[in-house]
Design a protein. Structure first.
Length: 196
């Protein structure tokens, strides 16, 4: 056996990276911000008809407190808020805005916790607080729904720049059921995470 073959076999049987040394289980805090694209909202739309409201793009801001366990998995409580100005009501220029605060319980899977760059998938369920005020001529929509169900699906990646600090970038789909309506958000986020 030549020296190259021996070296190749030696590399194959070397122990792998110590994930525990590179990715610690434990608590973390995260802050994120980004852009929210709000889908057209049809007030009473689940019944098949209603008033259609379109919105301008909005900023969102959020934070999370979480815990990493078993290296690949982490769970968190996330709170985020966004406010979008009304664009049109039934295709007529309108006024007003929509505010949504979501309180979510999320679970994530990090694909390669030993790497500096870690792709992730996440999903969650929670409670929304939705307030909408929109008007254009005789068409008005006004609703405040403290009750409802929200769900979200996330995909993105984290990049570790320090043992305790990671930058995040990703996409989040957020859907909100409130009374007879369903509101949808497509969000693009950047953030920073501090691991204790």
């Amino acid at each position: 056996m030549n020296h190259v073959s021996f070296a190749f076999l030696a590399v194959l049987f070397l122990p792998g990276p110590d994930l525990g040394a590179q990715t610690k289980n434990g608590f973390y805090l995260e802050l994120d911000a980004g852009l929210s694209l709000v889908n057209d909202y049809v007030f009473g739309g689940i019944l098949g008809s209603g008033t259609t409201v379109s919105f301008e793009n909005a900023a969102n801001l959020g934070g999370a407190f979480g815990y990493r366990f078993h290296h690949h998995y982490r769970g968190e409580i996330n709170i985020s808020h966004r406010k979008a100005d009304v664009g049109e009501v039934n295709n007529v220029a309108g006024s007003g805005d929509a505010e949504l605060t979501s309180f979510m319980a999320n679970l994530y899977y990090d694909f390669d916790p030993s790497s500096h760059l870690k792709p992730y998938l996440g999903l969650g369920l929670g409670a929304p607080r939705e307030d909408i005020n929109a008007a254009a001529g005789m068409n008005t929509v006004e609703t405040s729904n403290p009750d409802g169900i929200a769900w979200n699906l996330m995909v993105g990646a984290s990049y570790r720049i320090h043992d305790s600090i990671e930058f995040n970038f990703g996409y989040r789909y957020l859907g909100v059921f409130a009374e007879l309506d369903y509101m949808q958000f497509n969000e693009f986020l950047i953030g920073v995470r501090y691991n204790f």
